[in-house]
Ligand binder design. Structure first.
Ligand code: FES
Length: 97
């Protein structure tokens, strides 16, 4: 094993989990994957991809509030997110980078 510091200033986890509807709500069927795609493309278009990583996440354990996005190390939680929210989220997550 080797160890180093994290090579990104900010990591954004976008829940794309898809659970069988009979087992409860999940973020994937509520456009989690599309929100992830839009954020990832937006970060790249802004030239911030080397500093900020947008990741597809499994369940973040706040399913009823989803779609969910959690941002580290800032401890930001965006919930009940829609595609229309992406520009505002992009502005916040790229600020200062
Ligand atoms: S399915 Fe997204 S938080 Fe659980």
């Amino acid at each position: 094993m080797q160890e180093s510091s994290v090579p990104f200033q900010r990591i954004v986890f976008v829940c794309v989990n898809e659970r069988d509807a009979s087992l409860g709500v999940s973020c994937g069927p509520r456009n989690g994957a599309e929100i992830h795609r839009l954020l990832k493309e937006g970060v790249k278009a802004l030239g911030k991809a080397a500093k900020l990583r947008v990741c597809r996440s499994g369940c973040l354990d706040r399913c009823a509030k989803g779609p969910n996005i959690m941002v580290f190390p800032d401890n930001w939680w965006f919930y009940d997110v829609s595609e229309e929210d992406v520009p505002v989220i992009l502005e916040k997550i790229t600020a200062g980078l």
